[in-house]
Design a binder for this molecule. Structure first.
Ligand SMILES: Nc1nc2c(ncn2[C@@H]2O[C@H](COP(=O)(O)O[C@H]3[C@@H](O)[C@H](n4cnc5c(=O)[nH]c(N)nc54)O[C@@H]3COP(=O)(O)O)[C@@H](O)[C@H]2O)c(=O)[nH]1
Length: 700
């Protein structure tokens, strides 16, 4: 509607009545209101009679006289108004922000003004809400305790960074705005970017996605990235939060490392080894490759621990681990399973069965040599022996468990055949292990059920025809097999550690029997001694001396009635400790015999260091001494050696009169063997002693 004749007065008034916009018509001549329309009445709520014919200056719409003057000043100046902002009061007191259009026109021949008023309070409210929301977003974004970036959704360029981002990553607004994260050098692994963006687009968000970034000064940050698509004003953006979880990741990494590595050597432990074996099994099948599992056990490592202390033992294990790592390729694995057990996985083997076996054998022998090379640890010169059991993938097992078990079984095979060597798994070995396990279990039951017995083999003085002592020999009273000799189970007792308990029982039982012989006056104290076999492990017990003392005291037997039999091998391994213990026991009154003499390291130089009283000539030389000149020579040499050191001599395993004659001719008059008597139970020995009080005559 423009200024001019509003044709047909009533028609015009009727026309404005229908308009949805609030209208008020005033006469210019006296400023009186001519008409309002329903939209006006509804918007402001004033009664029509208060408005119609009122002067515009008196209308209740105005907020103040100043407002009204300013409004009319503008209107009079311009004659009309377009989108002029003004606020008007409603009948209920509310003040509405409005946009006002004022046109001048002639109605019924009179110059009038038509004011059309548009309530803008909703729009202003919406704008206000938007402003508040933007302010809130800005505050949240800027002041967030986590680093935030805002990217342009279309070109991935950074449009905003928050304060925390600058603090954590070191980049300023000037550095970052307008660049992509890639251009800024944020990505540690830029190759991961396409996959992560693809995930964001696919899921329309990222939730705590682990990504590594690089800060401005080159530090690596482990972050969790969460991203969303957002609208900021008209712009479509990607809002990303980079939560720095480096500390958490470091701690988690440390915990994970500890869970999968051995704390002493930092080598992979059993868990990680199994994982690697599983990976090899899966990958090698695909690539037609094979691998070998080498199970290592350091021979007699326990002796190092027991004699030189655990600190030195640990240092030896670290040195062994270093040598093993040096002897393999990067793709191989060296793991420690605990104690002195290591496993090496030789990976990526190719070729036919023979070639692979040869390759592995050579590598295993090289590692054996490396480990056996002399080492100096904390001032001690040491040399390790080691045994290696080997299992090949595809041939000796198809699971990590089977391969480890079979390599372990092969290791057992090496140990059983004398240690310090290598062996590939063979199915027969499994049977040997099962048999050994059965024996071990049976021995445990025997121990619980007191099924061990002591038998005694007399030792004879052929010169004076009398029993000068006896050797206590262990027997196992088996429920089905009857009396079983120690040759069938001694190694199991020794390796399982049960020998400590059994050895203590032997000591106790021998002392008890000795006390009985003294009480029954079957022997003369000082004329008879009872020999007890002491195993290497038993002798190495730190409280061994005290145990012997306690057993003698408990049965009140004089120490000179007891002789301890030890072997050469036992002495040689830690001669200082052995000699010290022997001196202690000897000072208590006990005597020592070297058992199986001649089968070990027999040398004058080490023999003269030992506080021994007797050498026992091993039965393997006695057996053929009358027919084999070598055995005869060895016996002569042992007797000469014993004489020169002023030691007593006893020959073992004398079965024939010819053997006894030969020994007598060489000057050895003391013997034990089937010629006189096998080992017998306590009652039988008592009977023999009773009879020998008269005379001792070997059967002819
Ligand atoms: N630590 C401990 N070791 C022990 C104990 N008891 C025995 N042993 C050791 O076991 C080995 C085998 O002993 P055993 O089967 O009893 O054999 C002994 C004799 O029975 C046997 N012997 C004796 N005379 C003869 C003979 O004329 N011929 C022949 N073929 N064998 C004979 O010799 C064994 C005695 O040997 P040794 O001990 O070397 O004197 C044995 O090595 C024992 O040491 C124990 O309690 N603890």
């Amino acid at each position: 509607m423009s200024a001019g004749q509003a044709g047909g007065d009533q028609a015009f008034i009727a026309f404005i009545q229908q308009l949805p916009i609030a209208c008020i018509l005033t006469r210019l001549s006296d400023s009186a209101v001519v008409a309002t329309n329903p939209s006006f009445d509804k918007l402001f709520g004033w009664p029509k009679e208060m408005i119609l014919e009122s002067r515009t200056a008196a209308l209740p719409l105005w907020l103040s006289e100043e407002q009204r003057s300013a409004f009319f000043h503008d209107l009079n100046l311009m004659g009309s108004l377009r989108q002029s902002q003004a606020s008007f009061r409603c009948s209920d007191g509310r003040v509405l922000p409005c946009l006002v259009y004022v046109e001048q026109l002639t109605v019924a021949g009179e110059l009038c003004r038509l004011s059309m008023i548009h309530d803008t309070s909703d729009r202003i409210k919406a704008e206000e809400a938007l402003r508040r929301s933007e302010a809130k977003f800005t505050a949240l974004f800027m002041d967030s305790p986590e680093p935030y970036l805002l990217f342009d959704k279309d070109n991935a360029r950074i449009t905003e960074i928050n304060r925390r981002f600058t603090e954590v990553f070191g980049y300023t607004v000037e550095d970052a705005i307008g660049k992509t994260a890639l251009e800024l050098g944020l990505w540690r692994y830029p190759e991961r970017r396409p996959a992560i963006i693809e995930k964001l687009v696919r899921n329309r968000c990222l939730r705590a996605e682990p990504v590594d970034f690089v800060t401005r000064d080159g530090r690596i940050l482990n972050c969790e990235v969460s991203s969303n698509f957002v609208r900021v004003g008209e712009d479509r953006c990607t809002l990303s939060c980079f939560k720095d979880v480096t500390e958490q990741v470091t701690i988690e990494g440390r915990i994970k490392h500890q869970a999968y590595h051995d704390s002493l050597t930092d080598l992979p432990n059993r868990l990680l080894l199994q994982d690697r074996l599983q990976q090899h099994l899966a990958l090698d099948e695909r690539h037609g490759l094979r691998f070998a599992v080498l199970f290592f056990d350091l021979d007699h490592f326990k002796r190092i621990n027991d004699s030189l202390g655990h600190g030195l033992g640990d240092a030896v294990l670290r040195e062994a681990s270093r040598r093993l790592c040096q002897g393999v390729r990067k793709t191989d694995t060296v793991a420690r399973l605990g104690g002195d057990e290591f496993v090496v996985v030789l990976a990526g083997l190719s070729g036919n069965r023979e070639q692979i076996t040869e390759q592995v054998r050579n590598h295993a022998l090289a590692l054996l040599e490396t480990l056996s090379a002399p080492m100096r640890v904390e001032g001690h010169a040491l040399q390790l022996g080691c045994s290696i059991g080997i299992a090949l993938s595809g041939e000796h097992g198809s699971t990590p468990e089977d391969l480890l078990k079979h390599a372990d079984t092969a290791l057992y095979g090496v140990k059983a055949s004398g240690r310090n060597g290598i062996a590939f798994f063979e199915p027969q070995m499994q049977l040997d292990v099962s048999r050994r396990l059965r024996v071990e279990n049976d021995l445990r039951s025997a121990l619980q059920q007191s099924a061990f017995r002591l038998h005694y083999q007399p030792q004879i003085d052929a010169h004076q025809q009398r029993i000068l002592g006896a050797e206590a020999l262990l027997r196992w009273e088996h429920p089905e097999k009857g009396l079983v000799s120690p040759g069938c189970f001694m190694s199991v007792l020794e390796e399982s550690g049960m020998i400590l308990e059994v050895g203590s029982w032997v000591l106790e039982e021998a002392c008890r029997f000795m006390a009985r012989l003294i009480k029954e006056q079957l022997i003369d104290v000082g004329e008879f001694s009872l020999s007890i076999n002491i195993s290497p492990r038993q002798f190495r017990q730190s409280d061994f001396v005290a145990r012997v003392g306690a057993a003698m005291a408990a049965h009140q037997i004089p120490a000179r009635c007891l002789q301890l039999e030890i072997t050469e091998g036992m002495v040689i391994h830690d001669i200082n400790d052995t000699v010290a213990k022997m001196h202690e026991l000897r000072s208590m009154g006990l005597s020592f015999a070297i058992d199986d003499f001649g089968t070990g390291y027999s040398s004058l130089s080490y023999l003269k260091r030992l506080p021994v009283d007797q050498l026992k000539i091993d039965q393997s030389f006695v057996r053929d001494c009358t027919v084999d000149s070598h055995d005869a020579e060895i016996i002569r040499a042992i007797i000469a050696m014993g004489r020169s050191l002023n030691l007593k001599l006893v020959a073992e395993g004398v079965e024939t009169a010819d053997q006894l004659d030969f020994l007598r001719q060489q000057g050895c008059h003391a013997y034990q063997g089937f010629l006189f008597s096998a080992a017998v139970d306590d009652e039988s020995l008592s009977a023999l002693l009773r009879r020998s009080r008269e005379s001792v005559t070997p059967p002819q």
